[in-house]
Design a protein around this ligand. Structure first.
Ligand SMILES: C[S@@+](CC[C@H](N)C(=O)[O-])C[C@H]1O[C@@H](n2cnc3c(N)ncnc32)[C@H](O)[C@@H]1O
Length: 336
């Protein structure tokens, strides 16, 4: 009897859990947070394990047309002229699987491996893949020492992960090692240096304003329980330890070339869209879970899309690329 796609993905998920990966640790103590302030990789695990089960909700991540289009759009912006699908893809810092699972649904790759330093994230990504019936396996993995053989993958992707990795060039060397000759990497969603500056300030102001205003008795329904706000503040302290880099697009190209990649090319996007997006996302995180609903998510995404259109069709021609919020980069392993 032939296994259905559902059976195959379930088998792979079972195989992956057989690997001796550490278990998720979602409730860090104050002592652990204290230790993590001096240990960026421990901070990554505590912070992202803490976030894993609520991450999709916090960032309005879905696995439908909205996010498939988004993931595909980021991929196409730097690597849109490639023949698809790739046979086997790896994702680094997969989180809940947002980028690779949506790229697979969008026809970019046939099979996938999701990896992350956070066991909690790998668990959620595998669960999401299983629910979608996608042929995906997963490992807990540090992007600086990728636990796969040389020349294994046709494509390596990542979204919002490079800025967390202490030695980005070492990680890109590892990416090139596990890619087959001629294989491609695509990393998207990295903060530019200038974009990060204005995004941080907008986020901070929105958080302060929302958590203060919702102290008013008339807005009590909109205030998250104090325990959750305290936990958020503890996690926010870790944020400073997990966010290690911002990138100038040209410098990022040089890092990729120095790691050994060819056909390297960076693109930037989101200026007006980021000026809206950061207050919106911070507001979503500052009010009780589920309070805003999918109507709000659709509105926020629609506004972001309209402003992205303005960025792409108007501002890109007049604003220097370093001022946009997001940078993405692609490159190829030489030797085919
Ligand atoms: C901002 S989240 C992005 C998650 C997902 N890619 C997305 O876009 O929704 C960054 C992810 O990178 C992971 N990460 C951080 N440092 C890492 C490392 N050295 N190796 C692998 N993953 C790492 C974190 O655990 C976290 O899940």
């Amino acid at each position: 009897m032939t296994a259905s796609p559902d059976d195959r993905s379930r088998d792979r998920a079972v195989d992956a859990s057989a690997v001796d990966d550490p278990a998720p640790h979602p409730h860090a103590t104050e002592a652990e947070v204290e230790a993590a302030l001096k240990d960026t990789k421990l901070a990554q695990v505590l912070y992202h394990d803490w976030e894993a089960e609520t991450y999709d909700e916090k960032w309005s991540i879905s696995y439908d047309e909205r996010c498939i289009d988004y993931a595909r759009g980021r991929f196409d912006a730097v690597a849109g002229d490639q023949p698809l699908p790739y046979e086997r893809a790896l994702e680094l810092g997969c989180g809940t699987g947002f980028f690779l699972l949506n790229l697979m649904q969008g026809g970019v790759a046939k099979t996938g491996s999701v990896t992350d330093l956070s066991p909690g994230m790998v668990k959620v990504a595998l669960r999401n893949a299983e629910n979608l019936g996608l042929p995906v396996d997963g490992r807990v993995a540090d992007a600086e020492t990728i636990p796969y053989e040389d020349d294994t993958f046709d494509l390596v992707v990542g979204h919002a992960v490079l800025h967390h990795i202490p030695d980005v060039e070492q990680s890109l060397r590892e990416v090139l090692r596990v890619l087959k000759p001629g294989g491609r990497f695509v990393f998207a969603g990295e903060p530019t240096t200038v974009g990060n500056f204005y995004a941080r300030w907008l986020g901070r102001l929105t958080w302060e304003a929302t958590t203060r205003i919702t102290r008013l008795p008339a807005l009590a329904d909109w205030r998250r329980p104090q325990a959750e706000l305290d936990e958020s503040s503890r996690a926010a302290a870790l944020e400073a330890v997990v966010d290690l880099h911002t990138f100038d697009p040209t410098d990022l190209e040089k890092i990729a070339e120095s790691a050994g990649a060819v056909e390297v090319h960076a693109e930037t996007e989101e200026f007006a869209a980021a000026l809206l997006g950061w207050p919106v996302r911070t507001f979503e995180a500052a009010v009780p879970e589920g309070k805003l609903g999918w109507g709000w998510a659709r509105f926020a995404f629609g506004a972001w899309k309209n402003l992205s259109w303005v960025d792409e069709n108007v501002l890109k021609h007049v604003v220097p690329r370093g001022l946009f919020y997001n940078v993405m980069i692609t490159g190829v392993k030489p030797g085919k």
